[in-house]
Design a protein around this ligand. Structure first.
Ligand SMILES: NC(=O)c1ccc[n+]([C@@H]2O[C@H](COP(=O)([O-])OP(=O)(O)OC[C@H]3O[C@@H](n4cnc5c(N)ncnc54)[C@H](OP(=O)(O)O)[C@@H]3O)[C@@H](O)[C@H]2O)c1
Length: 399
């Protein structure tokens, strides 16, 4: 089988993360043949580091190359669906960062759209974008690999095996993620990201819950257990009177998120067709480094998966500079005091196994574990949650 040629799209955090995990694989399996970014400088800088031979700012010229079989899309979410459809139409397989898509505004929308466009209309637009990608992928018979790293994280893989070993049912999945806010300037505006903490981060928690119930159903009943409805609340805690009171008192120095028209906190309850619940809490106001956890409350046991801070290694230093530039974990404010650095963040958070599965799936002509259906379902559940949070009512996912 020939070496798979990859074209990277985007040259910053997301692209670097993927490149680090291609680099773990054999060069006979996969080769990075080109990179496309908005500005030539940033593509060139990453190409130099990662030894990528072709650099462009023109996406079409990346798509036109015969030595590129797959495009790996790591650009801001507002470009995702259009870039995916163009790739599929050019006959390229696709690896796509989360979220698949969302609603980013239409001509004539009042601005800022996150404060002024009704969620019911946004939901319709996001669903159309998502379906258009699925349709293009099917029409062109290309593979679509949805980069939901959580479902490849070793703690979640172990959770799947433990669930399989029992005869019990999952009654509740509790999934959470928090940190002190995204570094990307795009994350501040709905028109660039398609939502706030719930879409940007909560998409992982939603993806994990949908995947685990789908998989439980497939293994026990021969068909997935579908999400039926959602009930949600969202908030901007950063601009709350509580935050303001702390600021006036000279406190509140650490949270870096500064949203314009997006939520930075969300709680979503998903009802599944077998009566189980998924309970998701995400927030941009969680100090202490990245926290990502999923707990399965089963009829016959409890399984807790922790993909970030755990006690495989613990450090103490009175001075935050003691361990110098050695990496601890994403978004940790200080290395002073007691800490729990990640021994291998890419492995623990699933990035290594995710890229391995995608390369294998495309080479072997099989579906990846995380494909287009999960990507579309996540968009549908999250936008139903946005509608629920606005109306205060439970919303049916397929309505
Ligand atoms: N799974 C995870 O945990 C995780 C973590 C972080 C990010 N992500 C995802 O990764 C993706 C990228 O995030 P990021 O943080 O890397 O974003 P970012 O810092 O905003 O970088 C976006 C990249 O896209 C490039 N770009 C923008 N417009 C383009 C265009 N028209 N044509 C070609 N390239 C273009 C930019 O080029 P320039 O450099 O020239 O501006 C930049 O390199 C997002 O979908 C995000 O959700 C996932």
């Amino acid at each position: 089988m020939k070496t798979l040629g990859i074209g990277m799209v985007g040259a910053r955090y997301g692209a670097r993360m993927h490149l680090a995990n291609y680099a773990r694989m054999s060069r006979d399996l996969v080769a990075i043949r080109g990179i496309c970014s908005r500005t030539k400088e940033s593509g060139k800088a990453l190409a130099r580091e990662a030894r990528i031979p072709f650099v462009t700012e023109d996406y079409d010229s990346l798509l036109a190359r015969d030595d590129i079989d797959v495009v790996d899309i790591c650009v801001p979410p507002a470009l995702h669906h259009e870039f995916a459809i163009r790739a599929a139409d050019a006959g390229k397989h696709i690896i796509m960062e989360k979220p698949l898509t969302g609603y980013f505004g239409m001509p004539g929308d009042p601005e800022p759209i996150g404060s002024r466009v009704p969620r019911v209309r946004m939901r319709q637009g996001a669903r159309q974008n998502a379906e258009a990608v699925r349709e293009a992928v099917r029409r062109n018979r290309v593979r679509f690999c949805y980069a939901e790293n959580w479902i490849y994280a070793p703690p979640i893989e172990k959770m799947r095996r433990l669930i399989a070993a029992s005869k019990g049912s999952i009654l509740e999945l509790r999934a959470e993620e928090n940190h002190s806010g995204s570094n990307s300037v795009f994350s501040r505006d709905w028109k660039s990201t398609g939502g706030g903490a719930l879409l940007r981060m909560g998409v992982h928690s939603v993806g994990a819950c949908l995947h685990l119930k789908e998989w439980e159903g497939q293994s026990r009943l021969g068909k997935g257990i579908r999400p039926v409805s959602v009930l949600a609340d969202t908030a901007d805690l950063i601009h709350s009177p509580a935050s303001e009171r702390a600021r006036k008192a000279g406190a509140n120095q650490w949270i870096s998120a500064n949203p314009v028209d997006v939520e930075n906190w969300a709680n979503v309850v998903i009802s599944f067709e077998d009566g189980a619940r998924g309970n998701i809490i995400v927030s941009d106001v969680g100090l202490g480094g990245l926290n990502t956890r999923v707990t399965a409350f089963m009829t016959d046991g409890v399984i807790k998966a922790n993909m970030t801070s755990n006690d495989a290694i613990e450090t103490y230093a009175p001075d935050g500079s003691t361990f110098s530039s050695e990496y601890f974990t994403e978004k940790l404010e200080t290395k002073a005091g007691w800490n729990r650095p990640s021994c291998d963040e890419d492995w623990f958070r699933g990035f290594a196994r995710e890229i391995e599965d995608f390369v294998g799936a495309i080479r072997e002509g099989r579906e990846p574990r995380s494909g287009v259906d999960l990507a579309v379902d996540c968009v549908n559940v999250i936008y139903a949650a946005y509608e629920s949070a606005e109306t205060g009512r439970r919303v049916m996912v397929d309505s």
